[in-house]
Design a protein around this ligand. Structure first.
Ligand SMILES: N=c1c2ncn([C@@H]3O[C@H](COP(=O)(O)OP(=O)(O)OP(=O)(O)O)[C@@H](O)[C@H]3O)c2ncn1[C@@H]1O[C@H](COP(=O)(O)O)[C@@H](O)[C@H]1O
Length: 101
């Protein structure tokens, strides 16, 4: 874990900031870069979101809580990549949640 992410509140911001940085710089040794440059385009991350959702559902049905948490983390990461692809931000998501609170 980086210092930037070393608090409960900061981890989502640090992750989203890393995703935005990968989008801008496209380093070669980055999984996030492979999502931004995939030949299937945005459809690939949409497929990943579908897969991770299914895996989270199966873990929940099997009462595998640790697996559910791991799949949920995969899902949140891919969802944040999708938001970045759409030029939306974590603050936009926060605003949407606040409106419902
Ligand atoms: N949070 C994540 C994260 N969650 C999941 N994943 C990747 O998402 C993929 C999940 O897909 P699967 O479970 O299907 O596994 P897979 O078979 O390896 O994936 P595919 O080959 O099918 O695409 C895995 O390769 C995971 O490594 C992530 N990759 C990166 N991050 C974060 O992004 C940051 C930047 O990562 P890089 O872009 O790799 O530098 C990292 O420091 C992490 O904080």
């Amino acid at each position: 874990m980086t210092d930037e992410a070393d608090s409960d509140d900061a981890v989502l911001d640090a992750l989203f900031s890393t995703i935005e940085s990968r989008k801008a710089e496209l380093p070669e040794d980055s999984y996030t870069t492979t999502l931004f440059t995939h030949e299937k385009g945005e459809n690939y991350v949409l497929e990943k979101i579908g897969e991770e959702t299914t895996e989270a559902i199966l873990a929940a049905k099997d009462d595998e809580t640790e697996e559910l948490l791991a799949e949920s983390a995969d899902l949140v990461y891919h969802l944040l990549v999708l938001l970045s692809m759409k030029d939306a931000s974590l603050d936009d998501l926060r605003d949407e949640l606040k409106e419902r609170f």
